[in-house]
Design a protein. Structure first.
Length: 587
């Protein structure tokens, strides 16, 4: 065949592996399986077909076909948060660009995803050089995907040959599990199907970095001067503790010190929310009053593994000098910084200090947890005080949380939240199990929660319990079809008020005042959807609740559904403004 007679079909089909040959794709899949990745989320494509065909027939890893790229990548993000690693397979250009938002969120919130793709191959590149052909899905720069993903991954590579592929794949995966952030790998389309040696049977392990001895000693000594002088110390724990497997070490520090502790919204459920040391989650003005009181009164905040976002500006401005902080970028004690000291080394050294000092553990208990129906009743919109059947954000949580607690179901669910009024209200929850609260609290992506449901359920083995704003649900509603396709009984509660309420809070909160003259901005008004019809179309169970009694009656029915997702439209007033959001908006 001459070059001039090469067909598009032959370009796409070239490089097909023999059926029994162990390939580059098989190598990556074997390494993923060794790291407990038993599901790979996928959007198909012609360039990446050698990988997807290998995946389809690979023993021990299931293909989770997603409806679109955000669905696949949000799911992979949640899966990584529960398993420690995830993978998503995407088509070149049109898929990788669409998934970029989700991968950026995983980068910010430290969720290790392997983004897998393929580019036009060596033959196509020759054709481009000869004839200046623009191949489909390409911007003209065949390395553009990799260059873009370099901004949201710890490593981004494109393999042009199978030579050295095994070593590069290993380095890539070690980067992902060491830094707990996404990585990107593409191959020339033919390379995924080329032969490759089998990997060793021993799983890859993260790199271990040790702190310089003198720097660690200086950091601990400086921190201890602040800790030992404190009258009202407090531990402020964040999501990096969970990501890096340091929850048990944190628990030991709490036990040895006797300090009370709180968490960020993103770090909620870094430990089981039990015992007498957890004061509740600190989410700035959205927090329960007793939580705010303890945080504001603290004179030494031992801040471990937190990602400090602009939700905590007031906190960091007032507590900066009183903080002892350890995270993945190093350690700070007051104004002294120790960039070479690792969080784990610092925590282990502090634990030894607490155990050796007879002044610890200190005897102090957290404030009593709110007694039902608090904190929900005290935060519910007072406009509806005399209309007890109206469902508000806080009444929704009042009754759903009581149902879960009364039926001992909190241990069996994993909650997912995008940024929404519901997420901030949910930070007031107590009693959740470790790793059971997944949120886009730092990247703050509307819609994350619905896409994340499948990954959260597959990764954790628990039932996804998702609370979405209707605006967020509309962005990725097709994820309901993915749940139905794979017979996952996730519950998606849609808080149906027909507006982007959280956006309006920060634009102009006067819109929530009673009366027709106070209106929402036009851009915050949503279309009217028939959720029951949509649930039926996607193969889900559809339920609509308009009153508190209907909600309470629906919960046992929801609990009993086993093999299909449930979409619950929760009708709330358009102008319901929970106290948590009123306080945040007032700031």
């Amino acid at each position: 065949m001459t070059r001039s007679s090469i067909s598009k079909k032959s370009l796409i089909d070239s490089g097909s592996p023999a059926a029994t040959e162990f390939t580059v794709a098989d190598y990556l899949l074997t390494r993923l399986k060794q790291l407990n990745v038993t599901d790979v989320f996928q959007i198909p494509g012609d360039y990446v077909k050698h990988f997807t065909q290998a995946l389809e027939h690979f023993d021990g890893i299931k293909t989770i076909g997603a409806i679109n790229e955000l669905d696949a990548a949000y799911a992979a993000d949640a899966y990584a948060r529960t398993r420690g690693l995830a993978a998503v397979s995407l088509q070149f250009g049109v898929s990788t660009y669409s998934a970029l938002n989700a991968i950026a969120g995983a980068w910010v919130e430290r969720s290790p995803i392997v983004v897998i793709s393929a580019t036009p191959g060596a033959d196509m590149r020759d054709i481009t050089d000869m004839y200046d052909v623009l191949f489909h899905h390409s911007t003209g720069d065949l390395d553009a995907d990799r260059k873009i993903y370099e901004n949201v991954t710890v490593r981004a590579i494109t393999l042009s040959t199978n030579v050295g592929a095994a070593e590069q794949i290993d380095e890539l995966l070690v980067d992902a599990i060491t830094d707990k952030r996404p990585v990107y790998i593409a191959c020339y389309k033919e390379v995924w199907g080329q032969p490759c040696p089998r990997p060793p049977k021993t799983p890859l392990k993260p790199r271990v970095t040790r702190s310089p001895e003198l720097a660690l000693r200086n950091a601990v000594d400086q921190a201890w001067t602040q800790i030992a002088a404190a009258k009202q110390p407090l531990i402020f724990a964040g999501v990096e503790i969970l990501r890096f497997g340091l929850s048990d070490l944190l628990k030991q520090i709490i036990d040895a010190s006797g300090f009370l502790y709180t968490t960020t919204t993103l770090g909620k459920t870094v430990l089981d929310e039990k015992g007498d040391k957890f004061i509740g989650t600190y989410s700035d003005a959205a927090s329960i009053e007793s939580v705010q009181d303890v945080v504001h009164a603290s004179d030494c905040v031992l801040t471990l593994g937190t990602i400090i976002t602009d939700d905590y500006l007031a906190f960091i401005e007032s507590k900066y000098a009183d903080m002892v902080l350890a995270d993945t970028s190093g350690v700070r004690a007051g104004y002294f910084k120790y960039g070479a000291v690792t969080m784990q080394d610092f925590m282990e050294a502090l634990l030894a200090k607490f155990k050796a000092d007879k002044a610890y553990p200190i005897k102090v208990k957290a404030p009593p947890q709110p007694k039902y129906p608090q904190p929900w009743a005290g935060n519910s919109d007072p406009v509806y005080k005399d209309r007890p059947q109206i469902i508000t954000y806080n009444r929704f949580f009042e009754h759903t949380m009581k149902f879960l607690q009364d039926n001992n179901l909190l241990k069996d669910i994993v909650m997912t939240y995008g940024v929404s009024s519901a997420m901030y209200v949910a930070t007031n929850c107590y009693g959740l199990s470790q790793g059971s609260f997944i949120s886009s609290a730092a990247w703050q992506c509307i819609g994350f929660e619905t896409g994340a449901a499948s990954g959260a359920q597959l990764g954790s083995g628990k039932r996804a319990w998702t609370v979405a704003g209707d605006g967020g649900f509309m962005m990725v509603c097709q994820s309901l079809s993915t749940l139905a396709r794979h017979k996952l009984n996730a519950v998606i509660f849609v808080m149906s008020n027909k507006v982007y309420a959280i956006e309006q809070v920060y634009v102009n909160m006067d819109a929530f005042k009673p009366g027709p003259k106070h209106r929402f901005d036009t851009f915050d008004i949503l279309p009217d959807w028939d959720y029951l019809a949509l649930a039926k179309a996607f193969g889900a169970e559809g339920i609509r609740v308009e009153t508190v009694d209907e909600l309470k009656a629906a919960l046992p029915r929801i609990a009993g559904i086993k093999h299909k997702p449930v979409l619950v439209e929760v009708v709330i007033p358009q102008k319901d403004l929970p106290g948590q959001m009123y306080r945040l908006g007032s700031e």
